[in-house]
Design a protein around this ligand. Structure first.
Ligand SMILES: Nc1nc2c(c(=O)[nH]1)N[C@H]1C(S)=C(S)[C@@H](COP(=O)(O)O)O[C@H]1N2
Ligand SMILES: [Mo]
Length: 260
């Protein structure tokens, strides 16, 4: 759904290609569900029930298909299947930096003032200091981070398993979403099944050291089951909700589920 990142030049070329790519990706899932596929805009218009007469109706239709794709990915997601893990020798050095701004503009968060704020469907909403988070049982993983901009890299992160943390704070784990707000303008949200996946960690370290600013100090959510943009850095608020809240790139057209 990269079509949202650049402006549309013409419905016939860009959007047609984008619709085709989206449909090709979804074809196996759709066929399993008994859809008969045609191609491109005709099918898109059938799937979304929209007549695609202008740019905004095409964008709405693509978003409808993308939200449908979220549900398909959610239904196919396995809570127990593990993403591959690697050895220290496999690590990518240096690990790449990425954000919607350049490395010289990385946000700095003051450790002494930092509190992880909790909101939404959580019984104990007391904020957490970094020391309190560090005192919880920690685990490490060496996994591959995949960015849709065309690179992937293997890194080593350590921190608190999100499912343990959600239990600890009395989160309603029957809710649909766990959302994150960050110290920059970034935000995202994930499905509860992925939040409870054993490899989903609230990380505080990178390669055995306190997470450096560029990799998201003081906290980055790491999910080897999801694309890079679903892994928020500089987390300041964690909330649990049933209402859909999207994300920074998701609201510009990236697929919300963002599975690998
Ligand atoms: N707060 C914040 N988190 C973010 C981003 C961002 O711009 N701001 N970019 C995302 C994207 S697209 C990627 S690929 C990864 C990059 O993480 P890295 O700098 O540790 O490689 O962070 C993700 N999390
Ligand atoms: Mo990314």
């Amino acid at each position: 759904m990269m079509v949202y990142k650049k402006r549309l030049l013409g419905i016939d070329s860009d959007v047609q290609q984008e619709a085709n790519r989206a449909l090709v990706k979804m074809a196996p899932n759709l066929q399993r569900r008994g859809f008969l596929l045609g191609s491109g805009l005709g099918t898109l218009s059938l799937l979304s029930g929209c007549s695609l007469s202008d740019e905004s109706s095409v964008e709405k239709a693509l978003m409808t298909v993308s939200r449908f794709n979220d549900r398909v990915q959610g239904a196919l997601f396995s809570s127990t299947a593990l993403a591959p893990t690697y050895t220290p020798a496999d690590m990518t050095r240096p690990f790449p930096f990425n954000a919607y701004y350049g490395e010289e503009e990385v946000v700095t968060v003051d450790e002494a003032d930092y509190r992880l704020e909790l909101a939404g469907l959580i019984a104990n909403k007391q904020a957490w200091t970094l020391d309190a988070l560090r005192a919880l049982p920690q685990e490490e993983q060496i996994t591959r981070h995949v960015c849709v901009e065309g690179w992937s890299a293997i890194g080593r992160w350590g921190g608190v398993r999100l499912s343990n943390f959600l239990q600890l704070i009395g989160a309603d784990t029957t809710a649909k979403y766990v959302g994150f707000k960050c110290a920059d303008d970034y935000y995202t949200s994930i499905d509860m099944a992925t939040a409870l996946h054993p490899q989903t960690l609230l990380t505080l370290t990178y390669d055995g050291e306190v997470l450096p600013p560029k990799y998201g100090f003081p906290m980055k959510l790491r999910m080897p089951t999801k694309l890079g943009y679903k892994n928020p850095k500089h987390i300041t608020t964690l909330f649990v909700a049933n209402a859909y809240t999207g994300g920074y790139w998701e609201d510009q057209g990236y697929n919300w589920f963002g599975g690998i």
